[in-house]
Design a protein around this ligand. Structure first.
Ligand code: NAD
Length: 356
């Protein structure tokens, strides 16, 4: 199978490229603009393989993306390219609107024109898989789970832009017959995650003896899934999922933010006992909450499990131990990022100057 993976130099996209080009033996074309969040070292293990290639391109560039499609002749598209950090969407929503909405629209139009010219047999095999987030469903109270039927109620510029892209993808199926599938996943963690996100930020803060900033009272709750389990879920959806359907992907690991940070602290301390303080309470610091911070996300992924036979391999504890170990052993990956791209500053506070 020949697959265009958009955003394949990012955190999840690179795990997808490694899985597809490595274990699954697919032909992969990684199409990525290489924004601040991208890092081609994440695909180093497959970059020399004959079945892998890379194109530096913006999904908003219709002509160039169409040229890449015509040349590569994909059987499927896995669309992961996006601006992905909620806090950055609060500081500057423009890039989120451009890439997540206009970019997805552009990619859909390229895919539609390409699909229309395929033979009937290639048409029936073609898939456009749009990778999205559970954040499109908004916030839950203390009870309940997001199902595939939960109405959309996005609350942040990020989730609103992803919700818009989901709606466009759905409409391109219903109106033009493009064979799409949408998946909505909970919070991912694992190796190669850009250090602005909660799990790596906390690991690196502990390793540097810094305070651990926790938004609000720390009781906001998220479901967590290891990135390699997500990549396997995406492959199952691409190859076995039904056209026109949505699939929720989650780890059944609901944890409050403060407990996530505490678990990270305990895990780092086990591996590197002489870092940070002795007591978690001494280094945790409750800071002003994120504006519009969703209270709780929890996902019902029973459709994935019963229909596609997918199960995550990692529990949150085993996945976190693997992740912490990876960051401890891979300083050469994150040190240049902290030095050149992002030093750990607080993002996403609404202020007079936060206008695009
Ligand atoms: P990421 O920020 O790590 O990577 C995004 C990648 O997209 C980067 O390599 C970037 O260069 C690329 N990109 C951005 N704009 C582009 C453009 N205009 N053209 C081409 N490439 C562009 O993101 P991630 O965490 O890997 O997330 C990947 C996808 O999964 C996103 O669509 C995100 O919404 C979704 N998702 C993420 C999570 C999560 O927890 N990280 C959870 C559920 C869904």
């Amino acid at each position: 199978m020949k697959v265009v993976v958009t955003g394949g130099a990012g955190f999840i996209g690179s795990a997808v490229c490694r899985l597809l080009a490595g274990e699954k033996g697919c032909e992969v074309l990684n199409l990525d603009k290489l924004t601040y969040a991208a890092d081609l070292r994440t695909v180093a293990s497959v970059s020399e393989m004959a079945n892998y290639r890379f194109a530096k391109q913006d999904i908003c560039n219709r002509e160039e993306v169409a040229r890449i499609f015509a040349e590569f002749a994909p059987d499927a598209v896995m669309h992961l390219a996006a601006e992905s950090h909620v806090d950055r969407s609060i500081d500057g929503p423009n890039d989120f609107i451009q890439t997540n909405i206009v970019g997805t629209f552009t990619l859909l139009e390229v895919a539609r024109a390409y699909f229309d010219r395929l033979s009937d047999s290639r048409k029936s095999a073609f898939r456009f898989h749009h990778v999205s987030t559970d954040e499109v469903y908004g916030a839950l109270g203390d009870a309940g789970l997001f199902t595939e039927e939960t109405p959309y109620a996005p609350n942040s510029p990020y989730s609103a832009s992803k919700a818009s892209s989901d709606h466009l993808v759905r409409a391109w199926h219903h109106t033009y017959g493009l064979p799409v599938i949408i998946s909505n996943c909970s919070n991912n963690y694992g190796p190669y995650q850009f250090p602005e996100k909660l799990v790596p930020l906390m690991i690196l803060n502990i390793l540097h003896g810094r305070k651990l900033p926790v938004y609000g009272d720390g009781l906001n709750t998220r479901d967590w899934l290891h990135v390699e389990d997500h990549a396997k879920a995406l492959f199952a959806i691409l190859t076995k999922g039904r056209v026109g359907e949505k699939y929720n992907v989650g780890g059944c690991n609901e944890v409050t933010n403060i407990d996530v940070v505490r678990k990270i602290f305990d895990t780092v301390k086990q591996l590197v006992p002489d870092v940070a303080g002795e007591r978690f309470e001494d280094i945790v610091e409750f800071v002003r909450d994120r504006p519009g911070h969703d209270w709780r996300y929890a996902i019902d992924s029973s459709k994935m499990r019963s229909e596609l036979g997918w199960e995550p391999a990692y529990s949150f504890d085993t996945g976190l131990a693997q992740t912490v170990q990876w960051y401890v052993s891979n300083r050469e990956w994150w040190e240049p990022i902290l030095k050149n791209k992002y030093a750990g500053a607080r993002l996403g506070q609404v202020s007079e100057t936060s206008h695009d």
